[in-house]
Design a protein around this ligand. Structure first.
Ligand code: SF4
Length: 390
C-alpha cells in the first residue's frame, strides 16, 4: 500500500474501505494471522485501508500498527471489562450520569477502527446491549434534569452515524434550553477523515447547530502526530471554519503515545492549527490491555518531560484518571508521595479535594494506591483494593 492520496478542498473522491478480519491484511503472514485470530475471537477487530496505509510495516513496533493490529498479550488475564464501573452510573439504557451537569449518551457501538487499548471494548462484544438506539429515552432524561447543561455524545464513535441521524440528535438537544454545550467524542478525524471531507451536508449541519451562543465541541482523539495527515488537518480546518470548537484528548499508551517527544510533537502541532490538548488520560485497567498500560508514576514522569518541550499553549493538558469516584488529576510525584486532586467528583464531598498517597511505582490505578493518613475519602473507606489489575 502506498501513501494516502493528496486531497483538494471539495473534490474528495476517496473513501475508506472497512476491513473486519486480520485475514484480509496482506502485510501479515499466515502465522501472524493464525495467532491474531485467537485474539480477535475475544476482542473485536476493525480497521480500514486509509488507516492501515499509515503503518510502517517494516517496523514491528510501529505505533500506528500497535494501535490497530491486535497483540498476542491481549489474552493475558489482566484488568476488568468495565474498569471504571460505568454500569453504576448508567441511569437508562445508553445514558450515563456521573457528574451533576454532564450526561453521556452512548449512541453507537462502532468506530472507524477499533483501538486495541479501548476502555469500552465491551461494547464491541456480541452479547453487549448498552447502547441506546431509542434516543427518546435519553432526551427525556435530559429534559427532566435542568441541572444538565452539558451533553457528550459518545459510544463507539457518533461520527459513524449518518448526517440526518446526527442532525436529528443535535436538533433535539438544541431544543432543550438548559443544554448549552454539546460535545462529540470522535476518533473519525484520525481514523477516517473522508467521513467529513465527502459530506458537505455535514459541515452545513454543524454550522447550523454550533451557534455563537452555544457551541458544538468536537473532542478529537489523536494519539500520534503521524495521524495528523493532510486529510485530517483539512477536517480540523473545516470544522473550525464552520464554528466547531476542536479539542484533543487521548490516553497515554505504551508504544503508541508514551514517548515524551511524540507527546510534545502532537501537542505542539495541534496548537499550531488551533486545537487544544484537553486531557491526557491514565489508561484504565481494562481487560486485554496488559500490553498497553503504564504505571502512574512512569506515565507522570513522561508527561512532565513532554511538557518541557512544549509552548505554554501546548503544555496545558491535565493528566487524569477517569476513576469510578471521579476525574482525578495526578498533580505531582516526589520520592515519597503521589499528589492527586479531584478535578470532578462523583460525591460532592470530594469536589476539588486533594488526595496524598504513598508513592508506589507499580500502581496503575487509584485503587492500588494507599492514602496517607488523614487523606482517606469515602471511596477508600468503601472499596480499597478491589480492582484486580494483575
Ligand atoms: S475510538 Fe474510542 S471508543 Fe472507539 S475503539 Fe478507539 S478508544 Fe474505543
Amino acid at each position: 500500500m502506498g501513501k494516502p492520496n493528496k486531497t483538494r478542498r471539495g473534490t474528495h473522491k476517496n473513501r475508506a474501505k472497512y476491513i473486519l478480519s486480520v485475514d484480509k491484511i496482506q502485510q501479515l503472514g499466515d502465522d501472524d494471522k493464525k495467532k491474531l485470530n485467537k485474539v480477535t475471537q475475544r476482542y473485536a477487530f476493525r480497521a480500514n485501508d486509509y488507516y492501515l496505509n499509515l503503518i510502517d510495516w517494516d517496523n514491528p513496533n510501529d505505533p500506528i500498527r500497535r494501535l490497530v493490529i491486535p497483540h498476542e498479550n491481549e489474552l493475558q488475564e489482566w484488568g476488568q471489562l468495565d474498569a471504571s464501573n460505568e454500569g453504576k452510573i448508567t441511569v437508562r439504557k445508553g445514558v450515563q450520569h456521573k457528574y451533576n451537569s454532564t450526561v453521556l449518551l452512548l449512541v453507537n457501538e462502532v468506530c472507524g477502527a477499533f483501538c486495541r487499548y479501548c476502555f469500552r471494548k465491551r461494547l464491541f462484544m456480541n452479547d453487549n446491549d448498552e447502547i441506546t438506539y431509542n434516543l427518546g429515552t435519553g432526551l427525556d432524561y435530559i429534559r427532566e434534569h435542568p441541572e444538565v447543561d452539558n451533553v457528550l455524545l459518545t459510544g463507539g464513535d457518533p461520527m459513524i452515524l449518518r448526517t440526518p441521524q446526527l442532525d436529528k440528535i443535535l436538533s433535539a438537544l438544541r431544543e432543550i434550553d438548559h443544554v448549552k454545550v454539546i460535545r462529540i467524542g470522535s476518533k473519525m478525524p484520525a481514523f477516517n477523515p473522508f467521513r467529513f471531507l465527502n459530506d458537505d451536508d455535514l459541515m452545513k449541519m454543524f454550522k447550523k447547530h454550533s451557534r455563537p451562543d452555544k457551541r458544538i465541541y468536537m473532542m478529537c482523539h489523536f494519539d500520534h502526530p503521524r495521524e495528523l495527515t493532510s486529510q485530517s488537518r483539512e477536517v480540523l480546518a473545516r470544522l473550525i471554519d464552520v464554528g466547531v470548537i476542536c479539542m484533543n484528548q487521548n490516553p497515554i499508551i505504551r508504544g503508541i503515545s508514551d514517548d515524551p517527544d511524540v507527546m510534545a510533537t502532537l501537542w505542539n502541532e495541534l496548537s499550531y492549527i488551533g486545537v487544544s490538548q484537553y486531557y491526557i488520560f491514565q489508561g484504565r485497567p481494562t481487560s486485554g490491555n496488559e500490553p498497553y498500560e503504564l504505571p502512574i508514576v512512569e506515565a507522570y514522569r513522561k508527561i512532565e518531560q513532554a511538557r518541557t518541550a512544549c509552548s505554554g499553549l501546548a503544555k496545558r493538558p491535565k493528566f487524569v484518571m477517569s476513576h469510578e469516584s471521579g476525574k482525578v488529576e495526578i498533580v505531582g510525584v516526589d520520592h515519597r508521595h503521589i499528589y492527586l486532586k479531584y478535578h470532578r467528583a462523583m460525591s460532592s464531598l470530594d469536589n476539588q479535594r486533594m488526595l496524598v498517597c504513598h508513592r508506589d511505582n507499580d500502581a496503575y490505578w487509584l485503587d492500588q494506591l494507599k492514602p496517607v493518613e488523614g487523606y482517606e475519602n469515602k471511596y477508600y473507606a468503601d472499596r480499597l483494593n478491589t480492582v484486580r489489575v494483575n
